[in-house]
Design a protein. Structure first.
Length: 403
């Protein structure tokens, strides 16, 4: 089978996902086009250079509706003969775009792809697409649906994580993110977003709160306790599914959960011949990809079984992985991953994660693959695994190996 290589990985800075965020004036299509243009310019891509643009975005309504991928191609400087495919696997959409592209290359369906995603959470509100599992009573009742924050608290309750453990992970995420930015570790990958006059709008992740400490987090109220304990009483729904739980321990709040932000990311994937044609050196090969379905109520445990699956598929052990990126959707997701595999926390999210820098839903999967690659290169390590939990109960993972 043909090898699929990563030739480049870029992302925008992550802007606060609200009206006073620096990227709020930028539409999803324009931010996507700016990212595609940067990829084209950095790699001197001319003509019908790639087979397709596969682009993830989660809330596919309003300006993010239709085939956003094709709209982005047409708004960019890419050749109009390049088509576009918009996909949605919730929080793993950006990763799934990369994985689909890699597997297309491996199967011989074209020499190269640009894959990634976008989410403008300050412009298109999360949940505004009316997902059936949340709004269709027949499906919601059948699946014992609860909001993700309740799911995160169920994980904490089921696996014994305390508020202090979650807050400590959040403080460390902020510390690592600041250290990474101070050391210019993202310099290779982060592009500056500019307006139509070429003036810089944003060149750094603006959601970060580097002054965060245990004391400041300790003053925050649990975000999901009221919706769990009062009407509509999601805790009772959860305990119908998990009757062994006497109560749900609500430990998550804004400070130890992922931030709502705007952002985009792209990865250039191709075979050996593509690299030779454009004079590009491969940085890593995509060794393997995996996805899995999991319990839709606890919902966010997917990184554990999907990692077990991808390791088994490749005859690997957890000790064969040098570095990990586990999306920080909520603190308990990462704590559960570290607990399940007895992984050294120093190897997980080395440069911080979505708690510190934010989680632009459709882009995050591509972002963490790029971050993982940069860090493998910085530390001169070989093999990395990136994984995300996914709404409705799924997991996705990618293993990359430097070349």
């Amino acid at each position: 089978m043909t090898e699929a290589y990563i030739y480049d990985a870029i992302r925008t800075p992550r802007g606060k996902g609200r009206k006073d965020g620096s990227l709020h004036e930028v539409t999803s299509v324009r931010l996507s086009a700016l990212t595609l243009n940067a990829m084209k310019e950095r790699n001197n891509l001319e003509g019908h250079a790639v087979e397709d643009v596969i682009w993830g975005n989660v809330t596919q309504v309003m300006e993010q509706g239709g085939c956003l991928a094709r709209s982005a191609v047409l708004a960019s400087d890419l050749d109009e003969r390049i088509p576009g495919l918009a996909i949605n696997r919730f929080c793993a959409s950006g990763m799934e775009a990369v994985n689909l592209a890699a597997n297309q290359v491996k199967g011989g369906a074209g020499q190269a792809y640009i894959a990634g995603g976008v989410e403008m959470m300050g412009r298109v509100a999360m949940g505004s697409d009316g997902a059936a599992i949340a709004v269709d009573p027949s499906l919601a009742m059948e699946t014992y649906f609860v909001p993700q924050g309740i799911s995160a608290d169920i994980i904490a309750t089921e696996y014994g994580f305390s508020r202090e453990q979650a807050d400590a992970l959040a403080v460390e995420s902020q510390r690592r993110a600041k250290a990474a930015w101070d050391a210019k570790r993202f310099e290779k990958s982060v592009i500056t977003v500019r307006d139509q006059n070429g003036i810089a709008i944003l060149d750094h992740d603006e959601y970060m709160r580097p002054g965060t400490d245990m004391q400041s987090l300790g003053g925050l109220n649990a975000s999901f306790q009221m919706m769990g304990e009062q009407m509509p009483g999601f805790d009772k729904v959860a305990m119908l599914k998990y009757p062994h739980l006497e109560r749900i321990n609500h430990i998550h709040h804004a400070g130890n959960s992922s931030g709502i932000v705007d952002g985009a990311a792209a990865v250039l994937i191709g075979n050996k011949e593509f690299g030779e044609q454009y004079g590009l050196k491969p940085r890593a090969r995509i060794k393997s990809t995996a996805k899995i379905g999991t319990d839709p109520t606890i919902m966010l445990t997917g990184p554990v079984p999907v990692t077990e699956k991808i390791l088994a598929d490749n005859g690997m052990k957890i000790s064969d992985i040098d570095l990990f990126e586990v999306n920080e959707a909520f603190a308990s997701v990462v704590l559960r991953f570290q607990q399940a595999f007895d992984v050294d926390p120093a190897l997980v999210n080395v440069n911080g994660g979505s708690i510190a820098m934010g989680h632009p839903l459709g882009a995050t999967g591509a972002i963490i693959i790029g971050t993982l690659l940069d860090e493998l290169e910085r530390q001169d390590k070989e093999v990395g695994l990136a994984t995300l939990c996914i709404a409705s109960g799924m997991g996705a993972a990618t293993i990359i190996e430097r070349v």
